[in-house]
Design a binder for this molecule. Structure first.
Ligand code: C5P
Length: 314
């Protein structure tokens, strides 16, 4: 049996609107998600024994059963016991490029790659929609991470409607390396401060989804109008995360001063991204941010928007 290597791409949110509470305890969302070139490499190596093992080159990533990549393999093992019995165990080797606890869905991307890779290794032949349904059991971002590209995500984030790909723009990502933001804490803080704005009526929730589907951001994406997309970036979680972490707001504002199409926090942060007008501008923003903020704790990456999620590496 052969081994498989996969690229697991990070995502940014071009739009994140919190609509209300859901009966399952999560939030009802309307988002526009976008894959970027920055990716972890996931290598799946068949094991003779019936074991699932995780190794990772990043000290903050657990190798035990709490790792989402482990849980993805475990879910497939229990869903398809015959295939597991036939093909045996697997070692999941994770080479981290995506910063951890960053709002870039690194853990979800890893789990997405495990689902796609084991589907091949165990010859399950599952359609992408079925892999996405399995992924949704483990995390809201996993269905998007499987397909990638540019898409609207509603519900918990697991209902994906693909949009035309945006793949002609460079992007700068920046994160204070030592700063981690807890996603549950960010949503909890939002609920504490903004629950009076929550929409409960299902018809009204449907209207909000519809407004995003037919709204100006999606129209700008359809036109590939990057200047307009930059103007329309929106993330409700900035309202609670930026006041808690002023250094994240300073980072975003420093990016905006360099006049990209737009700059915003991704997901629950603390990564901030700038949609650059060209690769040259992206490189310029990276150098300028490094000089102006002169903070050894700051990680800065230049990458680009990409039209794909998990990709098999030949
Ligand atoms: O689905 P995932 O495990 O990525 O979500 C992490 C946390 O973010 C959840 O436990 C929940 O606190 C919060 N969340 C939410 N509503 C969503 C997605 C995430 O409240 N739609």
């Amino acid at each position: 049996m052969r081994s498989y290597s996969l690229a697991a791409h990070a995502k940014i949110n071009l739009y994140l609107e919190i609509i209300g509470d859901r009966p399952d305890g999560f939030h009802e969302l309307a988002m526009v998600m976008q894959s970027v070139g920055l990716a972890d490499r996931i290598h799946l190596e068949p094991l003779q024994n019936h074991e699932i093992r995780v190794t990772c080159d990043h000290p903050q990533v657990p190798s035990d059963e709490s790792n989402l990549a482990y849980r993805a393999a475990d879910l497939l093992r229990y869903t398809f016991p015959e295939a597991f019995k036939k093909y045996g165990g697997v070692e999941i080797q994770i080479q981290k490029q995506i910063p951890v606890g960053a709002g870039l869905a690194g853990g979800s991307a890893n789990a997405a790659a495990v689902l796609v890779g084991l589907d091949l290794m165990w010859q399950l032949g599952l359609p992408q929609t079925e892999l996405q349904q399995l992924g949704a059991k483990l995390g809201s971002d996993i269905p998007f991470c499987i397909a990638g590209g540019t898409a609207i995500a509603t519900g918990r984030g697991e209902i994906i409607s693909p949009l035309p790909s945006l793949d002609a723009a460079s992007v700068v990502l920046a994160k204070h390396e030592s700063l981690l933001v807890s996603t549950p804490q960010a949503y909890k803080a939002y609920r504490e401060q903004f629950s009076e704005t929550y929409v409960a009526d299902p018809a009204e929730v449907g209207d909000r989804h519809h407004t995003v589907h037919s709204g100006p951001l999606v129209s700008a994406i359809n036109r590939q109008d990057y200047a307009q997309i930059g103007e329309l970036l929106h993330n409700d979680l900035e309202k609670v995360v930026l006041p808690l972490y002023p250094q994240v707001e300073r980072l975003r504002d420093a990016m905006l001063q360099l006049e990209p199409f737009g700059a915003m926090m991704s997901g629950s942060g603390p990564t901030v991204f700038a949609l650059a007008k060209s690769l040259e501008q992206a490189e310029h923003i990276k150098i300028q941010l490094g000089d102006r903020l002169s903070d050894p704790d700051l990680g800065i990456w230049v990458t680009q928007l990409v039209p794909t999620g998990v990709q098999l590496i030949p």
